[in-house]
Design a binder for this molecule. Structure first.
Ligand SMILES: CC/C=C\CC/C=C/CC(=O)SCCNC(=O)CCNC(=O)[C@H](O)C(C)(C)COP(=O)(O)OP(=O)(O)OC[C@H]1O[C@@H](n2cnc3c(N)ncnc32)[C@H](O)[C@@H]1OP(=O)(O)O
Length: 288
C-alpha cells in the first residue's frame, strides 16, 4: 500500500470517533486555537499554537491542528514552521484536565485518537517541518517538536519528556519518535529520568538543531533548512521522508484503538490518578 493511502487508512472504529461531531468547539465564534500565516518572503507557512495561557493540548486544539495540516497538504506548501503565540511557552503538553480527575471515557478515547492523528499528520507530513521552540516544551510539547524534521530553540527554556515523574508511560510511537532524533541510550535516559533539559543541554545532546536569539534569526535558520531542498524534486523528497518514517506510522495505524485503551487503563489506575492529582495541585500551588 502506498503511503498516502496508508495515511488515510483508519479502522471503522477509529473513523467513528474521528468523524463524530460530539466534541465540537462550543461556539462558532470561539477564538482560533491554531493560527496560520504565510511568510511573504519565503512562501513558508507559519502555524502558531494559540491556546492561552500555555498551549495545553486539548481535544479541540488537536482537531483544529489536524484541519490545518490537511489544508497545508492540499495547498502543497513549501514548508511549515510550528511555533507558539503564548508568552514563554511553546506548549505545556497534554491538557492535564483531559487526564484528571477521572476523565470521561468517551471523551478521553476521542482525545487520544486526535492526539494520535496529530502525530500521524505532523510526523508523516509530505512537506518539510521546523519547530521553532519559542518557549518551554515539556511532555506533549516536546512530542510536537520531535515530530518535526528540524528544531530551533530560544535560549533559557526547558524541553523534555517529563511524563515518568508524572506517572505517565510513553506509548511506543512517542518512544520511537524520540529514537529517530536521539540514540537509543540517550532516549532511554531522558524518558526514564523525565529530566527537562535547558536549551544548551538539549543542543549538546542533539535534541535540538540550532539555538537562536530571536524570531528573526529563527526565520533565517529555518530558511536555510528549507532551501537545502530547493534542488530536490518535491515528490521524491516527500516519498523518501515517508519511507524513512513509514514503519512507526503504520504500526500505530494498525493499533490505534488498542493504544488508546492501554493509555486510558493506565490513566484510570488509582495510583496514576493520585500522582497526576498531586502534580497538578503542585502546579497550582506554585503561585500561592
Ligand atoms: C513520555 C511521553 C509520554 C506520553 C506522551 C504523551 C503524554 C503526555 C503527557 C503530558 O503531556 S502531561 C502534561 C505534562 N506537562 C507538564 O508537566 C508541564 C506543566 N506546566 C508547567 O510546567 C508550567 O505551566 C510551564 C513551565 C509550562 C509554564 O509556566 P508558567 O508560565 O509559570 O505558567 P503557569 O504554570 O502559571 O501555568 C498557567 C496556568 O496553566 C495551567 N497549566 C500549565 N500546564 C498545564 C497543563 N499541561 N494542563 C493543564 N493546565 C496547565 C497552570 O496550572 C496555570 O493554571 P492557573 O489556574 O494556576 O492559572
Amino acid at each position: 500500500m502506498n503511503f498516502s493511502r496508508l495515511l488515510k487508512t483508519t479502522s471503522a472504529l477509529t473513523s467513528r470517533w474521528l468523524c463524530s461531531g460530539r466534541f465540537q468547539s462550543t461556539s462558532a465564534a470561539a477564538q482560533k486555537l491554531v493560527d496560520v500565516s504565510v511568510d511573504s518572503k519565503t512562501g513558508v507557512s507559519i502555524v502558531s499554537l494559540n491556546r492561552k495561557p500555555v498551549n495545553s493540548l486539548s481535544l479541540e486544539l488537536f482537531k483544529e491542528f489536524c484541519g490545518v495540516m490537511d489544508d497545508l497538504e492540499s495547498e502543497k506548501v513549501r514548508g511549515m514552521i510550528l511555533k507558539s503565540s503564548c508568552d514563554n511557552v511553546f506548549s505545556s503538553g497534554l491538557d492535564i484536565t483531559e487526564l484528571y480527575p477521572h476523565p470521561d471515557e468517551d471523551r478521553f478515547h476521542a482525545f487520544w485518537l486526535w492526539f494520535q492523528e496529530t502525530w500521524i499528520k505532523l510526523y508523516g507530513s509530505s512537506f518539510p517541518t521546523v519547530a521553532f521552540i519559542n518557549g518551554h516544551a515539556p511532555a506533549g510539547g516536546c512530542v510536537l517538536a520531535i515530530s518535526c524534521e528540524y528544531r530551533i530553540m530560544l535560549p533559557y527554556y526547558k524541553i523534555g519528556l517529563n511524563e515518568a515523574p508524572v506517572g505517565i508511560v510513553a506509548p511506543d510511537w512517542v518512544v520511537n519518535s524520540l529514537k529517530s532524533v536521539l540514540a537509543s541510550r540517550k532516549a532511554e535516559q531522558l524518558l526514564t529520568s523525565g529530566r527537562l533539559l535547558d536549551t544548551q543541554e538539549a543542543f549538546d545532546i542533539g535534541l535540538i538543531d540550532k539555538i537562536v536569539n530571536n524570531e528573526e534569526e529563527a526565520l533565517a535558520r529555518s530558511e536555510e533548512f528549507f532551501s537545502t531542498f530547493d534542488n530536490v524534486p518535491k515528490l521524491a523528497r516527500a516519498l523518501t521522508k515517508q519511507q524513512v518514517r513509514k514503519n512507526e506510522i503504520s504500526k500505530l495505524i494498525k493499533n490505534r484503538s488498542n493504544d488508546a485503551k492501554l493509555f486510558l487503563n493506565h490513566i484510570l489506575r488509582p495510583e496514576t490518578q493520585k500522582i497526576i492529582g498531586s502534580y497538578f495541585k503542585s502546579l497550582k500551588d506554585r503561585k500561592k
